[in-house]
Design a protein around this ligand. Structure first.
Ligand code: NAD
Ligand code: DAU
Length: 356
C-alpha cells in the first residue's frame, strides 16, 4: 500500500513523512513544489529508503497528479501543501490564492477522476485528508469558548481566507460527488524543522544570533500550541478511523500569550546556552508595529477527536518547547543553510522600519 503526501518537504509535512516511516511499512510518495519553505534537508535520513519517493511538482499540475495516482495507486492522499505564513499573505496574497485555492481545486479534480475509476472496494477504502488550520474560525475574545468544529468560518487574513476556501472545496467534493474526504483543523504547531519566519523558531535563531526579538503590538495575542509530532499522530489517527466527510479540530489545550512564549524560549536559552556577557536573552526583546488585522486569540476545543478517536497529545508545552530549543541548538547548520539571500530579503521586507 502507498500514500501520497503533498507538501512533505515543509515543516509539518516533513515531520509527518518521517513519523509515518517510523510507524508504518507503507510507502510514501512526497509531491512538493519546493518553494522557499520546502527543504529536502529535512528528509536526508530517509532519502535512500525503499519506502520513500520524492517528486518535484505542483499540486496545481493536474496532469502530473493524474500520472502519479495512476502509477502508484495510493490508498490515501494527504494534502499538506500550502502557502502558510500570515505575514507573507499580507505582503503578497497571490501565491496563497494560487496554491491554497486553485491548487487544491486541481488536486481534488485529479483525485476525483482517479477515485471514479477505482473498483468498488478501492473507492470505499480511498481517503483524501485535507490538513487545515484553526485560523479559518477567526479570532476569539478573551472569554469566548474555544473553537469547536461547528464554529462559524470567519477568516481574517488572506492566508486564512484561502485555507477556508480550500476547506469549503473539500467539503463540497464530499457532498456533491461523494469523494471520501476528511478535514483536520489544527492549532499552532512548533518543533523541529520549523522555518524561522514563524514566531518560535524566529525567536530562537534571533536570540542566538544576538539580534532583536520582534514582538508584534503588545505581545498579548494568544495562540494554542501543539508539538508537531502530536499533530502527526492525530493525522494518522484521523486517517485510520475518522468518519467520512467529518472535520476534526486538533489542539493541545495550551493557550499562551506570545510574550510568555518568548520569555519561556529566553529562559531555556539562558539555561542551555547562556549569553557570553551574562545578560538574559530577554534583554533582546523589542516591540514592533502590530500585524495588520492581527487575530487576538485562537483556542481549539479538541474534545471531538479525543472522544471519538481516542487521540491525546503526548507532549506538554514545557516538554515540547525544551525539545524544540534543544533541536535548534543541535542543528545550527540546518538554520544557516536556510538563511540565504531570499530569507534575508524577507526579513528586511517584514521588519525594516517596523517601529512600535
Ligand atoms: P510550510 O510552509 O512549512 O510548508 C509548506 C510546503 O508545501 C513546502 O514544502 C512547500 O514547498 C510546499 N508547497 C507550497 N506550494 C506548493 C504547491 N503549489 N505544490 C506542491 N507543494 C507546495 O507549511 P507547514 O507549516 O508545514 O503547514 C503545512 C500545512 O498545515 C498547511 O496546509 C498549513 O495551512 C497547515 N497548518 C499549519 C499549522 C502551523 O502551525 N504551521 C497549523 C495548522 C495547519
Ligand atoms: O493557528 C495555526 C496557524 O499558526 C497556521 O495555520 C499557520 O500556518 C502558522 O503560520 C501559524 O500562524 P500564526 O500567524 O499564528 O503564526 P506565527 O508564528 O506567524 O505568529 C504567531 C504569533 O506571534 C502571532 O500572534 C504573531 C506573533 N509574531 C509573529 C512573528 C513572526 C510576533 O509577535 N513577532 C514575529 O516576528
Amino acid at each position: 500500500m502507498t500514500i501520497l503526501v503533498t507538501g512533505g518537504a515543509g515543516f509539518i509535512g516533513s515531520n509527518f513523512v518521517l513519523d509515518w516511516l517510523d510507524h508504518s511499512d507503507e510507502a510514501v510518495i512526497n509531491l512538493d513544489k519546493l518553494t522557499y519553505a520546502g527543504n529536502l534537508a529535512n528528509l536526508v535520513s530517509i532519502e535512500r529508503s525503499q519506502q520513500y519517493v520524492f517528486v518535484h511538482g505542483d499540486i496545481g499540475d493536474s496532469a502530473l497528479i493524474g500520472r502519479l495516482l495512476a502509477e502508484h495507486q495510493p490508498r490515501a492522499i494527504l494534502n499538506f501543501a500550502a502557502e502558510s505564513h500570515v505575514d507573507r499573505s499580507i505582503h503578497g496574497p497571490g501565491d496563497f490564492i494560487e496554491t491554497n485555492i486553485v491548487g487544491t481545486f486541481h488536486l481534488l479534480e485529479a483525485v476525483r477522476a482517479y477515485w471514479s475509476r477505482l473498483s468498488p472496494d478501492g473507492q470505499r477504502s480511498l481517503r483524501f485528508l485535507h490538513v487545515s488550520t484553526d485560523e479559518v474560525y477567526g479570532s476569539l475574545s478573551k472569554d469566548e469558548p474555544a473553537f469547536t468544529e461547528n464554529h462559524r468560518y470567519e477568516p481574517n487574513s488572506p492566508y486564512s481566507a484561502s485555507k477556508a476556501a480550500s476547506d469549503h472545496l473539500v467539503r463540497a467534493y464530499h457532498h456533491t460527488y461523494g469523494l471520501p474526504v476528511l478535514t483536520t483543523n489544527c492549532s499552532n504547531n512548533y518543533g523541529p524543522y520549523h522555518f524561522p519566519e514563524k514566531l518560535i523558531p524566529l525567536m530562537i535563531v534571533n536570540a542566538l544570533a544576538g539580534k532583536p526579538l520582534p514582538v508584534y503590538g503588545d505581545g498579548q495575542q494568544i495562540r494554542d500550541w501543539l508539538y508537531v509530532k502530536d499533530h502527526c499522530s492525530a493525522i494518522r489517527r484521523v486517517l485510520e478511523a475518522g468518519a467520512l466527510g467529518e472535520t476534526y479540530n486538533i489542539g493541545g489545550w495550551n493557550e499562551k500569550p506570545n510574550l510568555d512564549i518568548v520569555h519561556m524560549v529566553c529562559a531555556i536559552l539562558d539555561e542551555l546556552k547562556p549569553r557570553a556577557d551574562g545578560r538574559a536573552y530577554r534583554a533582546q526583546i523589542t516591540y514592533v508595529a502590530d500585524r495588520p488585522g492581527h487575530d487576538r486569540r485562537y483556542a481549539i476545543d479538541a474534545r471531538k477527536i479525543e472522544r471519538e478517536l481516542g487521540w491525546k497529545p503526548a507532549e506538554t508545552f514545557e516538554t515540547g518547547i525544551r525539545k524544540t530549543v534543544q533541536w535548534y541548538l543541535d542543528n545550527p547548520d540546518w538554520t544557516a543553510d536556510i538563511q540565504s539571500g531570499a530569507y534575508r530579503e524577507w526579513v528586511e521586507k517584514n521588519y525594516t522600519g517596523r517601529t512600535a
